[in-house]
Write a protein that binds this ligand. Structure first.
Ligand code: ADP
Length: 587
């Protein structure tokens, strides 16, 4: 649903800064009033001085000129300071609000967004919001106040001048911005989505650079980036043309104001209604007043830019929460006493076919359950349900409490998860394991790294665990990245731990070593392991076999292996491959 004024969402997000912004508007008005008064007083001083009056008559005006000159600079500085401080602090609140929306939607609700699109919403769109106070609210507030002040002064000097200023004021405050707005609305509205498109193309090109190189697709990747860049340049040109037109019209109205004022004032001076010294004041004031109004064309264009970005930010708030938090959350008792899953079904958002259907099983304290099945059979979906990332029907009781009734943060404090492709952050190995949990001691990290069989890798790195691993763990191997994620899990073991393919990318020797250490370090936790390595499952461990979202068999590994079917075939095939490899090694 599109809101008519999405910029109000930004305004509300910055409401804590409203008093500081009001202060900045007042300071800006004083600075602008000083600039106008400076020119007016200077004009009066020059005109009066031409009549060679006693010096004392001029002293006050000379002091005022200095005061206004200083006041203009000081108040403008203070306005910029207060306005920018408020606006940038407002951005912090807004960025946190956007991040909270991502958190609410993730992971199921944000899979339809591109990474570049998400990045643009969080960075560029939020940054654009700064234009709302700085380029829209403050210039308009100051311009309105200055025009009102000038109107009162001209009314005092000559009422017909005030009427002229009302007409010119309406043109400068409304008509010229409207012309600019009409000329820039299309380009400025398309700017934010186009910028997101460019960011997406760049993110794809950078993250897939190896594959793009390998398949010789550089030209296609670059041509897409160039094309979007050209479109952005064309949008920029259109905006610039609109702004140039606005600037020209503003200069024209400034000139028209000077001529109009002269046209009205000169006859009155000739008639003796107005003192001749006011002629310089009347000629110079319009120049100063319309200088204050000069940013308005820019402001009119900024409105569309801010609106487009605000719409992209606000639209996040209308997306339904993939998994709603419970209204009356219940607590899971400490430790783990059992997991009971009954008639569990689950579908991914937007998918008509359930990924899990009527799945039932139990897990006792201290038990290790293995989940197996062909690719796409629903194993990872089951892990997602247990982590509270996906909705379900049926029942999932953890320590007797229905999972849907538990606060999401609480679920993730009770259930640990090693994702199939765990994210490795572009920082040091140590920080990748600690993940900001200050209570985790460096000795614990060192023990976890040893447990994950990473000592040999650390000895090769110049700074050991303080070495950086690059974006997405680009400077470590897939198996090393998986083991860093494993170490992250073991430094703070949860009562129930789900391991999604923990031994993927590992050679059989390292896999065995990791498995031994894992069972030691996670000995206090109940474990659910999703695996394709059927030979790694102990004979007496319970196995749940999924096919097409349904449980097709359950029992100990030995029992399932003795039945004809997928498990037996796969186990046999893996066993024969292992035998062959061993023969080759011996040979
Ligand atoms: P497995 O882990 O056994 O390979 P998954 O649980 O990943 O299988 O997938 C089960 C089904 O759910 C598949 O049909 C898959 O396409 C679908 N699926 C998995 N993840 C998502 C997702 N994030 N969004 C939509 N559908 C998904």
């Amino acid at each position: 649903m599109k809101r008519k004024y999405p910029e109000l969402y930004l305004w509300r997000a910055m409401r804590e800064q409203r008093w500081e912004l009001t202060g900045a508007a007042v300071l800006g008005f004083i600075a602008s009033a000083c600039a106008v008064a400076l020119l007016g007083t200077a004009g009066w001083l020059i005109a009066t001085a031409a009549g060679a009056p006693p010096v004392l008559t001029l002293t006050v005006a000379a002091v005022m000129v200095r005061a206004f000159a200083l006041g203009r600079a000081v108040f403008r500085y203070l306005e910029r300071l207060a306005g920018h401080d408020a606006a940038f602090r407002g951005l912090v609140g807004l960025r946190v609000a956007v991040y909270e929306q991502f958190e609410r939607l993730s992971p199921a609700g944000i899979s339809s967004f591109g990474r570049g699109d998400l990045l643009t919403r969080l960075v560029a769109d939020v940054d654009t919001a700064v234009d709302l106070p700085l380029r829209l609210v403050l210039p308009w507030a100051q311009s309105l106040l200055v025009i009102l002040g000038a109107g009162v002064f001209f009314w005092w000097l000559l009422p017909s001048l005030a009427a002229l200023f009302v007409v010119l004021g309406v043109i400068a405050l409304a008509l010229i911005p409207l012309v600019v707005s009409l000329n820039t609305s299309r380009s400025e509205t398309r700017l934010a989505p186009k910028r997101a498109e460019l960011a997406s193309a760049l993110v794809v090109a950078f993250s897939a650079v190896a594959d793009i190189n390998a398949y010789g697709a550089n030209e296609q990747a670059l041509s897409r980036i160039y094309k979007i860049d050209e479109e952005l340049t064309a949008l920029g040109r259109k905006t610039a043309a609109g702004l140039a037109l606005g600037g020209a019209l503003m200069t024209a109205i400034q000139g028209a104001a000077v001529i109009g004022v002269m046209w009205l004032v000169v006859p009155k001076i000739t008639e003796g209604v107005i003192d001749p010294v006011w002629i310089a004041v009347a000629a110079l004031l319009p120049l100063a007043i319309f200088d204050v109004l000069a940013p308005l064309p820019n402001s009119a264009a900024a409105l569309h830019r801010v609106r487009a970005s605000a719409e992209r930010i606000e639209s996040l708030t209308h997306l339904p929460t993939p998994v709603a938090e419970p209204v009356q959350p219940q607590q899971i008792s400490p430790g783990f006493t059992g997991l009971v899953v009954r008639e569990l079904s689950s579908s991914w958002p937007g998918s008509t076919r359930p990924a899990l259907r009527n799945v039932s099983f139990t897990l006792q304290a201290g038990q290790h359950l293995y989940i197996v099945g062909p690719s796409g059979s629903g194993k990872s979906t089951l892990a997602n349900v247990l982590m509270g990332f996906t909705n379900y029907s049926g029942s999932v009781l953890v320590n007797g409490v229905e999972l849907a009734d538990v606060d999401h943060d609480e679920i993730r404090h009770r259930i640990g998860w090693l994702a199939q492709q765990a994210h490795i952050f572009d920082t040091t190995i140590q920080e990748n394991i600690v993940l900001g949990r200050a209570e985790i001691m460096s000795e614990t990290v060192a023990a976890a790294l040893t447990g994950a069989q990473l000592d040999e890798m650390l000895s090769r790195l110049p700074s050991g665990s303080k070495s950086k691993v690059g974006a997405f763990g680009s400077s470590v191997s897939g198996g090393e990245a998986q083991r860093i994620a494993l170490a992250r899990l073991t430094v703070d073991p949860r009562p129930l731990v789900i391991l999604d393919e923990p031994l993927e990318h590992l050679d059989s020797e390292t896999a065995q070593a990791v498995e031994n250490v894992l069972s030691q370090q996670l000995s206090q936790s109940a474990l659910i392991t999703i695996t394709h390595h059927l030979l790694s499952i102990p004979d007496d461990s319970v196995v749940l076999e999924l096919h097409d979202g349904c449980v097709v068999s359950t029992g100990t590994c030995l029992e399932i292996r003795s039945k004809t079917g997928w498990f037996q075939e796969q186990w046999q095939a893996q066993f024969e491959i292992g035998q062959f490899a061993r023969t080759q090694t011996r040979g």
